[in-house]
Design a protein around this ligand. Structure first.
Ligand code: GRF
Length: 228
């Protein structure tokens, strides 16, 4: 029997272009998932407009209406749990999630980050890449652990840094690669081909020794070749 579509909750804080990539891939039949709800820490996030336009359940909670970070995260994830997602996807969700909450969901939360992790966790990745004089840049999809942008990395998308690049130009050039990376990575989760073990990530039952790489064809490769 065919597997049911992977039931997702998506966390957002801003413009929501990665969320849109997931919505579009599901509509196009290239991602075997369903978005059961989208949750935000920002009531005015444009991502919530995209959510409503797609007819998807949307909720926003204000951090300042909670006693502290832990209380906010507990409230948010209570709402997330209510829709019973199999996975939580952080797609431009700009808050660090409390360790206690992350631990409860470990192995079931992924995040997209605009750098080749473990390089450049945190903010302003594009500016820091340029300041360091790096020849390349990229994005990562990783499992979320209590450490900021520090969990096991599932996949990378790479771009070259070009002469005259500004942080804005670099971010804009990276974005479509992020979208493809997000969709291809979540599709692997949807096909139940990837999971987190005590020692790291397993793909098709084998330990992953380096992040999968997104190629020009929009597919993910490991060192031995084509994966998905
Ligand atoms: C992306 O660059 C993502 O990697 C980062 O924040 C940005 C969000 O963009 N964490 P969007 O909201 O998906 O358009």
């Amino acid at each position: 029997m065919a597997e049911a579509p992977l039931r997702l909750a998506v966390l957002v804080s801003g413009r929501g272009s990665n969320l849109q990539a997931l919505i579009d891939a599901i509509a196009a039949g290239s991602l075997h998932a369903e978005i059961a709800g989208v949750f935000s820490d920002k009531r005015k996030a444009y991502a919530l407009e995209r959510t409503r336009a797609a007819g998807i359940h949307a909720e926003a909670l204000a951090p300042r209406e909670h006693a502290d970070r832990r209380a906010f995260d507990e409230a948010l994830f209570e709402r997330v749990a209510a829709i019973q997602p199999r996975f939580v996807v952080c797609a431009g969700y700009m808050r660090l999630i409390s360790a206690e909450v992350v631990e409860r969901w470990q192995g079931r939360i992924v995040n997209i980050h605009p750098s080749l992790l473990p390089a450049y966790p945190g903010l302003d990745t594009h500016g820091r890449v340029l300041a360091s004089g790096d020849a390349g840049h990229g994005a990562s999809v990783h499992f979320v652990t209590p450490e900021l942008d520090g969990g096991p990395v599932l996949s990378h998308a790479r771009i070259a840094v070009e002469p005259g690049d500004t942080p804005e130009a670099l971010a804009a050039r990276l974005l479509p690669h992020e979208h493809r990376l997000m969709v291809a990575s979540v599709e692997l989760l949807a096909r139940r081909r990837v999971y987190l073990t005590a020692s790291g990530i397993a793909v098709d039952g084998r330990a992953l020794d380096a992040p999968l790489e997104l190629h020009e064809d929009g597919r993910l490769y490991d060192r031995a070749g084509f994966v998905a």
